[in-house]
Design a protein around this ligand. Structure first.
Ligand SMILES: Cc1cc2nc3c(=O)[nH]c(=O)nc-3n(C[C@H](O)[C@H](O)[C@H](O)COP(=O)(O)OP(=O)(O)OC[C@H]3O[C@@H](n4cnc5c(N)ncnc54)[C@H](O)[C@@H]3O)c2cc1C
Length: 295
């Protein structure tokens, strides 16, 4: 997603990251409790819900299409004057207060609810091991390090084209491996590889990207997915079996950081996501009241 400059306040009591059913349910409870919060999401909230052809288990709405439910959720937010701010959160630094960045701006929040869903994509072989050693998730952030060097951009969404063009502009040699159709506005200096990634290799740093048909010698690999893995989003976040570890209060291992919905694990279902979202908001409010009373 191309990051836009949006008018945001510098500080909120609560930031809700993700505008799927879990994030929306959290926002509704935060609004009812009259809290100073922000709901941050991507352009389309949420692709998963829209893809559900027919939902049979959402109580009160038998045989409803996912898209219709999505429209109803959005209408509910609108009716409560809750705005979704299109802001892809790139990193969250634990506080207090938490600092959230989208690589263009920063905002602060006293508490944060992660409602980012789960990524369907698995990590590539070598990705976790070489993260920070040539593997990254934001080309524009690390760009200057790769002037006159060779990078590969593995792209899951069109918005990655802007990052690839930027890298070419600053003088990097760029390979582009699209995992979507119809890449369009790429600079002519960029070499597109219609191939699939087998592994990222290197002893201490990235040295090569192994594709099915060839091996590319590279200094850096940027993986631009719709979802940033939660443990990369928040340094020090404890995970369990690939999902965010929470207790019954939806608290993570970091005080003031809560998680709700698919990102906390199975079952991947709407009722669980909305229930957890609503609950996380109430528990976060208790936490906020606690820090206010102790101040
Ligand atoms: C085809 C299909 C059919 C389904 N059918 C059913 C069904 O019949 N019944 C049922 O109960 N469930 C069903 N589900 C599951 C249901 O859609 C999910 O459980 C639900 O959408 C989870 O909600 P969520 O809010 O946790 O995550 P999501 O809906 O995935 O929403 C997460 C949101 O967070 C945003 N986000 C992620 N990272 C960031 C970031 N860094 N910054 C800002 N925003 C971010 C994403 O863009 C997304 O909009 C189905 C799912 C699919 C794919």
């Amino acid at each position: 997603m191309e990051q836009k400059k949006v008018e945001l306040e510098k500080h909120y009591e609560l930031a809700i990251v993700g505008c799927g059913p879990a994030g929306m349910a959290a926002a509704i409870n935060a609004k009812i409790r009259n809290r100073h919060f922000v709901l941050l999401g991507q352009e389309f909230c949420s692709p998963k819900l829209a893809k559900a052809e027919r939902v049979d288990n959402f109580i009160g709405f038998p045989e409803i299409k996912g898209e219709e439910l999505r429209q109803r959720f959005l209408a509910h937010l609108k009716q409560m004057q809750i705005e979704i701010i299109p802001w892809k959160v790139a990193s969250i630094y634990p506080g207090p207060p938490f600092m959230l960045s989208n690589n263009v701006d920063f905002i602060q929040a006293d508490a944060v609810i992660l409602a980012t869903g789960v990524s369907a994509q698995r990590l590539f072989q070598g990705e976790a091991e070489l993260l920070g050693k040539g593997v990254g998730y934001c080309a524009t952030c690390d760009g200057p390090l790769y002037k006159d060097k060779t990078v590969a951009i593995i792209a899951y969404e069109k918005e990655a084209e802007d990052e690839a063009n930027y890298m070419a502009d600053i003088g990097a040699e760029v390979y582009y491996i699209p995992y979507y159709k119809d890449w369009g506005k790429l600079d002519s200096r960029i070499k597109v590889k219609q191939d699939r990634v087998r592994s990222i290799n290197g002893a201490d740093r990235v040295e090569e990207l192994v594709l099915t048909k060839e091996t590319l010698k590279v200094d850096g690999v940027f993986i631009l997915r719709e979802n940033i893995p939660a443990e990369q989003l928040v340094p020090g976040l404890e995970m369990e079996n690939g999902v965010i570890k929470v207790n019954h209060n939806l608290e993570t291992n970091i005080p003031g950081l809560f998680a709700a919905g698919d990102c906390t694990g199975q079952p991947y279902q709407l009722l669980k996501a909305t229930g957890e979202g609503a609950t996380a908001a109430l528990i976060a409010i208790k936490y906020l009241d606690g820090i206010k009373n102790n101040a």
